[in-house]
Write a protein that binds this ligand. Structure first.
Ligand code: SF4
Length: 351
């Protein structure tokens, strides 16, 4: 896949744009003022593979908390600001590695300028974020409703405002919960805008609908080479966002590494608890740093054949299963010992 050539931007010690790998972001859902809870969640997200984290900054206390949070985490910290430019300034002073603002709701060009001056002083990027839900009235009228063209014009207006203020250390995001509108908006803005794009489908829903909408939207956008960072927005534990983001990037060939689990859908031949087993395997391998494929198959009819294409696999029998490594049946294992056997094999994979 040929990726769009965008400007290189540094967020803390992570580079995005300019051909750097698509970075995975998430956002905490703890109260940012609660430093311990926020740090705990960020450390869990880091472990899952999060590369950039954003925290809401609705109060001065939250802006101040960023300084303490930053000391205890290992990935760049982004401050999410709405309405109050003083919060943006305080967040930058606390050491935020990037700030996300919607210049349209900061109040005036002069207030935006104050934020820009502070960002300039610390050389940190500003993400200009525009959502379809907050599209200006005149653009809604001009385009006869909320449209991709309107969202793009709104975003570009803000970008040009900040450029005129003498700053181009920018990232842009345009979001909509309408997947196809979001895709179209990204296609349009990618042609007009040299800055890295942060891509996500907003308000996409709970685990199932959020994953489906995000996968479709992100795949359509990323497969055109558009996008420099992503967030899968889910109503749930943000760790799930990271798992989904990694899987989306791996499926599109934009990331390597991590264990891929393939499992059969089960059928009338399945004689073990394959659904439970496949879920437990998926959870177990999430943190194992191997770049291999694991197959979890329900029967010995198709199982061994499918498992052969994987590096290691299980094919269920009656109350037992076959362990297959690199296409060879290695041994028969009791059903209740299958998970532990597989774990042992993975932990000793490179020996
Ligand atoms: S692998 Fe076996 S159990 Fe699984 S769907 Fe295929 S035939 Fe059915």
């Amino acid at each position: 896949m040929t990726r769009n050539e965008t400007k290189k931007v540094r967020i803390g010690d992570v580079w995005i744009g300019g051909g750097h790998p698509v970075a995975i972001q998430s956002m905490t859902n703890t109260r940012t003022e609660d430093v311990d809870a926020t740090v705990d969640q960020i450390l869990r997200l880091e472990k899952a593979g999060c590369e950039i984290i954003r925290c809401a900054v609705p109060t001065q206390e939250a802006a101040l908390a960023l300084g303490e949070i930053k000391k205890r985490i290992h990935i760049p910290l982004v401050a999410d600001i709405h309405f109050d430019h003083r919060l943006a300034i305080a967040a930058i002073e606390s050491g935020a590695d990037k700030i996300r603002i919607n210049p349209g709701n900061i109040g005036s060009e002069d207030r935006v300028r104050k934020v820009v001056e502070k960002a300039k002083e610390r050389s940190i990027p500003i993400r200009v974020g525009v959502n379809s839900g907050s599209l200006e009235k005149d653009l809604v009228e001009k385009y006869g409703g909320v449209t991709a063209e309107g969202i793009v014009e709104s975003a570009l207006d803000k970008v040009h405002m900040i450029e005129k203020q003498g700053y181009d250390n920018l990232v842009v995001s345009i979001k909509s919960s309408d997947v196809l509108m979001c895709v179209k908006a990204h296609e349009l803005i990618a042609k007009e805008c040299p800055y890295p794009l942060h891509v996500g489908i907003t308000e996409s829903g709970t685990l199932m609908s959020g994953n489906i909408k995000s996968s479709i939207g992100l795949a359509l956008i990323l497969s055109q080479g558009i996008g420099d960072t992503i967030r899968v927005s889910l109503t749930g534990d943000p760790v799930e966002e990271i798992r989904s983001a990694k899987l989306i990037l791996r499926t599109l060939g934009l990331r390597k590494g991590g264990i891929e689990v393939v499992s059969c859908p089960t059928c009338g031949r399945t004689k073990i608890d394959l659904i439970g087993l496949a879920n437990r395997v998926e959870q177990m391998v999430a943190d194992i740093p191997l770049d291999i494929k694991v197959a979890v198959m329900g029967c010995v009819v198709n199982g061994p054949g499918e498992a052969r294409e994987a590096d290691i696999g299980i094919a269920g029998g009656i109350g037992e299963g076959l362990l297959i490594k690199k296409g060879e049946v290695v041994k028969k294992v009791k059903e209740e010992e299958l998970l532990d056997t597989l774990r042992w094999e993975l932990e000793h994979w490179n020996e």
